[in-house]
Design a protein around this ligand. Structure first.
Ligand code: NAP
Length: 232
């Protein structure tokens, strides 16, 4: 698809990967990029159009879809680690929060914007997924489950929005250098790398981004027998 002159919306565009997505869209010639964020005052880039959106709030989701009726690209980037739910003990609050934001939030925004994209010729819906969509994570099982659910949703959306000509793109990455992964000391790719690979996928109508070697390895390993060794 053509990025030049397009109108896009990115959830969670005030920081991290979302900010990089928004900047990359502008750098590739987008005419307007809505930064759909919980706190519009947190959007520092004056080239973005701030829009109030907590993806877990149905009224705000509906209002955003009404306010941004000109978009042809929607990037579901907003996400949370949902920390605090350990595998073998403790409560489930963190895991439930991860499901609320990463899974139900993405679903709600996708539903609300599907008719907008249809009216604007189909366009594209991009979901920010993870290596953890495919590999269970004993250190953060709730987050991984939410990303697996979000991947399933992405696949359903790809099929369900095919007839309206919407390109649905799943973006998978291992650790990316943002606040969300600040707790872990591991190799990380940059948010800008993820964003640039995604712009390339959009430009070339490709439905999937595998942003790093670990993610490519994880996907290739899906046909292998299960192992008890933690994925690296
Ligand atoms: N970092 C990684 O290693 C990594 C790897 C693979 C995939 N991802 C995915 O990439 C996406 C972006 O993560 P990141 O690394 O950039 O994390 P981040 O720096 O922590 O940013 C998270 C963003 O999501 C927003 N957000 C959280 N809950 C929200 C809600 N209910 N409604 C609207 N916005 C909400 C945050 O807004 P506030 O500023 O208001 O909190 C912030 O803008 C997430 O979906 C994450 O799962 C991250």
């Amino acid at each position: 698809m053509e990025l030049k002159g397009s109108v896009a919306l990115v959830t969670g565009a005030n920081r991290g990967i979302g900010r990089a997505f928004a900047r990359a869209l502008l750098d590739h010639g987008a005419a307007k990029v809505y930064a759909a964020v919980r706190d519009p005052a947190s959007v520092a880039d004056p080239d973005l159009v701030p829009l109030c959106l907590d993806v877990t709030d149905p009224e705000q989701v509906a209002a955003a879809a009404a306010a941004a009726g000109d978009v042809s690209i929607v990037i579901n980037n907003a996400g949370t680690a949902g920390s605090g739910s350990a595998l073998l003990d403790g409560g489930f609050d963190g895991a439930r929060q991860a499901m609320e934001v990463n899974y139900f939030g993405t679903w709600a925004v996708s539903r609300a914007f599907a008719p907008v994209l249809a009216r604007n010729g189909g366009g594209a819906l991009v979901n920010m997924l993870s290596l953890a969509s495919w590999v269970g994570q004993p250190d953060f099982p709730g987050y991984a489950a939410s990303k697996a659910a979000q991947w399933s949703l992405t696949d359903a959306l790809r099929q369900g929005l095919h007839e309206q000509n919407t390109l649905v793109v799943g973006v998978h990455a291992g650790f990316v250098d943002t606040d969300l992964s600040a707790w872990v000391d591991a190799p990380k790719i940059s948010a800008e790398t993820v964003a640039e690979l995604t712009m390339d996928a959009l430009t070339n109508d490709r439905p999937e981004v595998l942003a790093d070697a670990e993610t490519r390895k994880a996907k290739a390993g899906l046909s292998l027998p299960p192992t008890a060794t933690p994925a690296s």
